[in-house]
Write a protein that binds this ligand. Structure first.
Ligand SMILES: *[C@@H]1O[C@H](CO)[C@@H](O)[C@H](O)[C@H]1NC(C)=O
Ligand SMILES: *[C@@H]1O[C@H](CO)[C@@H](O)[C@H](O)[C@H]1NC(C)=O
Ligand SMILES: *[C@@H]1O[C@H](CO)[C@@H](O)[C@H](O)[C@H]1NC(C)=O
Ligand SMILES: *[C@@H]1O[C@H](CO)[C@@H](O)[C@H](O)[C@H]1NC(C)=O
Length: 355
C-alpha cells in the first residue's frame, strides 16, 4: 500500500486524473449527443380551423351539419364542415361526389380562381363499373375518397372492430334462434348480365332461395330487412360487380348484422380474408359448381356445430360501419393531414380507377 501511495506516483496519478476529467468536461456535450436521439423536426402547425367544403350533396340528400359537427359527433376538433359555396376561396378541401358529375347534374367550378393549396377530392362508393367515364377529369383532382384501400381517404363500407364479449358468452348466444329459410337474397338492381344473376339462376335449381327486393316485387322496408335476414341460415352477399376491395353493406350490414352466414360473390377470397376472419364467410369461388355449393349449404345448415363455427369470430370482433357516409369520412379528412402527399394531382383518374 505504502509503495502505491508514494509521493511521486500520487502527483503523476493526480495529473493524469485532472487531464481525463478536463477532456471529459470539454467533450461532455458531444458524448451526451452520441447517446441522445436527434430531436424530431416540429410537425407543421395545423391551421386553427380546416375548412372542408361539400360542393353538393351525394344523390341530393342534404344532411344536417349545423354547429361544430365534426367535433360534436366524431370528436374531431378544428374541422369545419360546410356546404356553403361562398367559402370556396378559403376551403382547404372540396368534395365532389362522382355520380352527379357523370350525369351532368353538377359541374366542377373550373371558372373560379382555384387556390394552389386547395385539395379537390373525388368521392365515390361505387365500383368502376358504375363510375362512368372519368377521362374528362384528368388533372382536375388532387385526392380520392373511396372504399378502395389505395384511395387517399379510405372509406370502407364496414370493418371488424376488436372487442371482448361478456364472461360466459358462447357462440350460440350470437346465432339468431329462429332459422326458417336456408338462403335469402335481397336484390334491388337485377340484370341478367350480372354474374350474380347467373349464379343465382343455377343455385336455385339446387336449393330454395328466398328472394326479396324491388326486382321481384317483394320489397322489404328498412324496418323489416334485418329481422327477415335473421331467419335465414345463409345470406347471398353478391356484389353487383367484381372489383378489388368492393365489398359493400350486403356483407357488413345485411349478412353480418342480420345474423346470417354470408355466401359471397365479389373480389377473390384473399381480398375478403384481408378484411374479415377466414371462418366468417363462404366464397362462391371455392366451389366447382352451384350444385356443389348448394349441397354444401344444406349440409352445413344441418350440422349445428359446423354452422356455429361460422359465428366464432363474434367472440372477438364486432362489425363497425360508418355512421353517415356523407358526413363522417368528410370530417375524418382533418385527421389525415400529416400523412397526405402534398401537392398531388390525379393526371389520369380513369387509369387509376381501372388499374
Ligand atoms: C373554429 O371553428 C369553430 C366552429 O365553427 C369556432 O367555434 C371557432 O371559434 C373557430 N376557431 C378559430 C380560431 O377560427
Ligand atoms: C319464426 O319465423 C317464422 C317465419 O318468419 C315465423 O312464422 C314464426 O312465427 C317465427 N317464430 C318465432 C318463435 O319467432
Ligand atoms: C376470443 O375471445 C374468446 C372469448 O372471449 C377468448 O377466449 C379468446 O382468447 C379470444 N381470442 C383472441 C385471438 O383474442
Ligand atoms: C391540386 O391540383 C392542381 C391541378 O389541378 C394543382 O395545380 C394544385 O397544386 C394541386 N393542389 C394540391 C394541394 O395538391
Amino acid at each position: 500500500m505504502a509503495d502505491l501511495c508514494s509521493h511521486r506516483r500520487t502527483i503523476l496519478a493526480t495529473l493524469i486524473c485532472l487531464t481525463l476529467i478536463g477532456s471529459l468536461l470539454v467533450h461532455w456535450p458531444n458524448l451526451l449527443n452520441t447517446f441522445q436521439r436527434p430531436k424530431p423536426l416540429p410537425k407543421p402547425r395545423p391551421k386553427n380551423n380546416m375548412t372542408i367544403l361539400i360542393w353538393y350533396w351525394a344523390f341530393g340528400s342534404k344532411q344536417d351539419i349545423e354547429g361544430d359537427v365534426c367535433k360534436d359527433r366524431f370528436g374531431i376538433p378544428n374541422c369545419i364542415l360546410s356546404d356553403d359555396r361562398s367559402l370556396f376561396p378559403k376551403a382547404d378541401f372540396i368534395i365532389f361526389h362522382n355520380r352527379e358529375l357523370i350525369t351532368g347534374h353538377q359541374r366542377l367550378p373550373l371558372h373560379l380562381p382555384r387556390p394552389q393549396n386547395q385539395g379537390w377530392v373525388w368521392f365515390s362508393m361505387e365500383s368502376p363499373a358504375h363510375n362512368g367515364n372519368l377521362r374528362p377529369f384528368a388533372g382536375k383532382f388532387n385526392y380520392t375518397m373511396s372504399y378502395r384501400h389505395d384511395a387517399d381517404f379510405f372509406t370502407p363500407y364496414g370493418w371488424m372492430a376488436p372487442h371482448s364479449v361478456g364472461r360466459g358468452m358462447t357462440v350460440e348466444d350470437f346465432i339468431p334462434k329462429n332459422k326458417s329459410y336456408l338462403a335469402c337474397w335481397i336484390v334491388s338492381n337485377y340484370a341478367a348480365r350480372h354474374s350474380r344473376t347467373q349464379v343465382y339462376n343455377r343455385l336455385k335449381q339446387v336449393i330454395t332461395v328466398e328472394v326479396y327486393g324491388g326486382a321481384v316485387h317483394r320489397r322489404l322496408d328498412r324496418k323489416h330487412t334485418l329481422p327477415t335476414i335473421s331467419h335465414c341460415y345463409f345470406y347471398l352477399a353478391f356484389e353487383n360487380s367484381q372489383f378489388q376491395d368492393y365489398i359493400t353493406e350486403k356483407l357488413w350490414k345485411n349478412a353480418f348484422v342480420g345474423g346470417a352466414v354470408p355466401v359471397v360473390l365479389g373480389p377473390p377470397c384473399e381480398n375478403y380474408e384481408a378484411m374479415i376472419p377466414k371462418d366468417s364467410f363462404i366464397h362462391v369461388d371455392d366451389f366447382k359448381s352451384e350444385e356443389e355449393l348448394g349441397q354444401f349449404l344444406k349440409q352445413v345448415a344441418g350440422d349445428r356445430e359446423r354452422y356455429a363455427s361460422y359465428f366464432r369470430w363474434k367472440l372477438n370482433y364486432t362489425v363497425a360501419q360508418t355512421s353517415n357516409w356523407r358526413v363522417e369520412p368528410q370530417c375524418r379528412i382533418c385527421t389525415k393531414l400529416t400523412t397526405l402527399q402534398r401537392p398531388k394531382v390525379y393526371w389520369d383518374l380513369q387509369s387509376w380507377e381501372w388499374k
